[in-house]
Design a protein around this ligand. Sequence first.
Ligand code: PEP
Ligand code: MN
Length: 262
Amino acid sequence: LANRKFHQDDTVIDVEGTKIGGTNFQIIAGPCSVESREQITEIAKDVKKSGARFLRGGAFKPRTSPYAFQGLHDDGIKLLLEAKKETGLPIVTEIMSIAHIDLFADVDVIQVGARNMQNFELLKELGHSDKPILLKRGLANTLEELLMSAEYIMASGNENVILCERGIRTFETATRNTLDISAIPMLKSVSHLPVIVDPSHACGIAWMVEPMAKAAAAVGADGLIVEVHNNPAKALCDGKQSITPEAFDKLVKDLRPLVELS
Ligand code: PEP
Ligand code: MN
């Protein structure tokens, strides 16, 4: 179902009138985690002003250490919905368990994180939803495996899948992951689904987000998901790779010659 052989035209996903895919390049921006009402609404207003069309923010966080901040859970989703009310930006947030699915009833785009890319029962369940699913590539998964995971969602009835390249594990340790830039043209040639890039998790270093974002735009990505924090040094998660609202504003300005932004 994800194969371009049987579906020549690019899939365009419409989220409350905001389209992604085809000729519609979109930027999703926001903090790694929702931390407070002030934090999420302030960042939401800032990124909207700069040109983001979706707000991201984790409420359920897949942290390596069980002692690290795990997210605000259902309160985090409530705060995202408040920020949406305030700005009109549709929200994107990660699901970690089928048990939480009812909490996502008002979420606009449900993210499946890298660590759950092959949680097949979760994928099948999300296939029964009509919400767009942002499916991130696993840390050590091939493009074929990513497409098969998209296929799980689509085979259960939900064809609104957005693919995301977010860097993969390689022998290189200078960056958090290695952005597989070749994944974008390859995925777009074999599949009709929109493909976006997460430069933040790919490199793990704030100053590198902008060049990686430009590279993604240059090779034909349909959008970006970028971590933005109003106080990166104090962020409860992924501060090192979070850019400030000012840096995000510059990033969007610098992207304008490369892609058409709404
Ligand atoms: C995230 O988007 O904050 C996240 C945890 O991403 P990934 O699943 O790609 O690591
Ligand atoms: Mn993060």
